[in-house]
Design a protein around this ligand. Structure first.
Ligand code: ACO
Length: 388
C-alpha cells in the first residue's frame, strides 16, 4: 500500500488545513505569535528598511543583494517593462468587458508567445522569466487601469522605481514621492506568504513540469477569489455599503446575524493580528487627517470595524484583522480604484510565486492528492433509449 493511501479509513483533511506538503526556505508564517519572515528577515525590518526591488531579489535569489547585485537586478527589471504590442491589444480588447483580474490572467498567459525562449527550462532561463514576470505584471496592471479610465497606454519610465513607475504608467504623470513610498510598502507586505492558495495552485501547475507562465497564470486565477486576494476589493465594497462610520456597528451586527463573513478578517493560519495588517495600520492612522473626505470616511469605518470585530470575534474565535482590511483606504489615498486592488496584489505576489516555483523545481514531485469516493459502484448501464 502506498503511504497515506488507506481506502477504508482515509485521513480526510478538509481544505488541507494543517497539512504540510513540502519544506521551504522562503518564508515563515507564525500564526500563533503573528510573525512573518521572508528568508529569515522579519517583515517589520523589511517594511522599515528595504525596497520592493530588494525584496524581490531576496525572495528569488535567497539572500540580500550587494549594492552591485541590486543595481544589475534593477537594470534587468527595468529592461523587461515593455509589454509586447499584441498583449497590449488583448488588454485593450478585454478591459471594460471583463474583470481586471481576468484581463491580467489572459495577458499573462499570452506572454510566452512573445518570448523566444519561453519553454527553455534551465534555472537561469526560469530566473530570467521570473524577472520578466515581476516587471511585466506591473506594466500590464497599469495598462489595464489606464484603459479602465478610458486613457491611452503610457510607456514605462526607466528612471523610476518599480512602484513609482507603476503609478506613472497608471496616471500619466510623475507620482508624488510619498504615494510611491506607500505603494512600495504595500508591494513589500504582499510579496510572499508561504503556501497560500495562489502559491499552492502555482506549484500544483508547476509540479506537472508545465512552464512558469502557465503556473503563474494559475496563481492569478486563484488569487482572484474573495476568500483570498479578492478580499481587499470586497472589503472596500463593504465599507462603501456601510457608508458612514456611525453605521458600522449596525451593519456588522446585521451581517454577523445573517452568518455573513466580514471581509478583511480571519485567516487560515493567523489566529492573531496579521503582522502585515498591523504595519498597514500605522499608515492608516496618518490618513485620519487626509485631505480627501472619502479617504477620511473609509479610514474611520475601517478603524471602527477593527475595534468591533476584535471585541466580538478576535478573542473568542481567533478572527482578527488580516492584510486586506486596511488596503482599501490606503490604495484610495494614492488614487487607485477598487477594481485594481486585486491585480495590484498579483503585482506584489509575483516574486513569491516565482521564488516558490524555482525552489520546488529543485526537487519536483507531482502534486496529486486523493479524494475518498463515496458514491455507488457497479451500477448497471442502461442504454439512453431505455432510461426513465
Ligand atoms: N467574518 C465572520 N466570521 C468569520 C470570518 C469573517 N471574516 N472568518 C471566519 N469566520 C468564522 C466562520 O464562519 C467560522 O464560524 P463557525 O465556527 O461558527 O462556523 C469560524 O470563524 C472559523 O472559520 P473557518 O471557516 O474555519 O476559517 P477558515 O480558516 O476556513 O477561513 C478565511 C479563513 C477564508 C480567510 C475566512 O476567515 C474568511 O472568509 N475571511 C473573509 C475573507 C478574507 O478576508 N480573506 C482574506 C484572507 S487573507 C488573504 O488571503 C490575503
Amino acid at each position: 500500500m502506498i503511504v497515506g493511501m488507506d481506502v477504508v479509513n482515509p485521513n480526510i483533511v478538509p481544505g488541507l488545513q494543517g497539512v504540510y506538503f513540502t519544506e521551504s526556505k522562503i518564508s515563515d508564517v507564525d500564526g500563533t505569535n503573528g510573525k512573518l519572515y521572508y528568508r529569515g528577515y522579519s517583515i517589520e525590518s523589511l517594511a522599515k528598511d528595504s525596497t520592493f526591488e530588494e525584496v524581490c531579489y531576496l525572495l528569488i535569489e535567497g539572500k540580500l543583494p550587494t549594492a552591485k547585485e541590486l543595481k544589475n537586478f534593477d537594470t534587468r527589471l527595468k529592461g523587461e517593462r515593455e509589454i509586447p504590442e499584441p498583449v497590449l491589444s488583448i488588454i485593450n480588447g478585454m478591459t471594460g468587458k471583463a474583470h481586471p483580474m481576468d484581463v491580467l490572467r489572459t495577458a499573462v498567459s499570452a506572454l510566452p508567445a512573445y518570448d523566444r525562449k519561453a519553454y527553455a527550462d534551465s534555472r537561469e532561463d526560469n530566473l530570467r522569466k521570473s524577472i520578466a514576470l515581476v516587471s511585466k505584471f506591473g506594466s500590464i496592471t497599469a495598462a489595464i487601469g489606464r484603459r479602465m479610465s478610458g486613457k491611452g497606454y503610457v510607456k514605462p519610465d526607466p528612471s523610476l522605481t518599480h512602484a513609482a513607475n507603476f503609478l506613472y504608467m497608471l496616471k500619466g504623470k510623475a507620482p508624488d514621492p510619498n504615494d510611491a513610498k506607500i505603494l512600495d510598502l504595500m508591494l513589500i507586505l504582499h510579496a510572499e506568504h508561504s503556501s497560500n492558495a495562489s502559491t499552492f495552485s502555482t506549484l500544483v501547475t508547476g509540479s506537472t513540469l508545465s512552464d512558469i507562465y502557465a503556473a503563474v497564470t494559475a496563481g492569478v486565477a486563484t488569487l482572484k477569489g474573495p476568500l483570498h486576494g479578492g478580499a481587499d476589493e470586497a472589503a472596500l465594497k463593504m465599507m462603501r455599503e456601510i457608508g458612514r462610520p456611525e453605521n458600522t456597528e449596525r451593519y456588522i451586527n446585521d451581517a454577523l446575524g445573517k452568518k455573513e463573513r466580514i471581509m478583511g478578517f480571519g485567516h487560515r493560519v493567523y489566529r492573531t493580528y496579521d503582522p502585515r495588517a498591523r504595519i498597514i495600520r500605522s499608515t492608516l492612522e496618518k490618513l485620519q487627517n487626509h485631505s480627501s473626505p472619502e479617504v477620511r470616511n473609509l479610514t474611520a469605518i475601517a478603524l471602527r470595524e477593527e475595534k468591533m470585530m476584535i471585541e466580538k470575534l478576535g478573542k473568542t474565535k481567533g478572527i482578527w484583522p488580516n492584510v486586506d482590511l486596511f488596503s482599501g483606504p490606503v490604495y484610495t489615498s494614492i488614487g487607485i480604484e477598487p477594481d485594481l486592488f486585486t491585480p495590484l496584489f498579483a503585482v506584489s505576489r509575483i516574486p513569491g510565486w516565482c521564488a516558490h516555483l524555482l525552489e520546488y523545481w529543485e526537487h519536483d514531485r507531482l502534486l496529486r492528492p486523493l479524494e475518498s469516493y463515496t458514491g455507488p459502484l457497479d451500477i448497471k448501464y442502461v442504454p439512453i433509449g431505455k432510461r426513465r
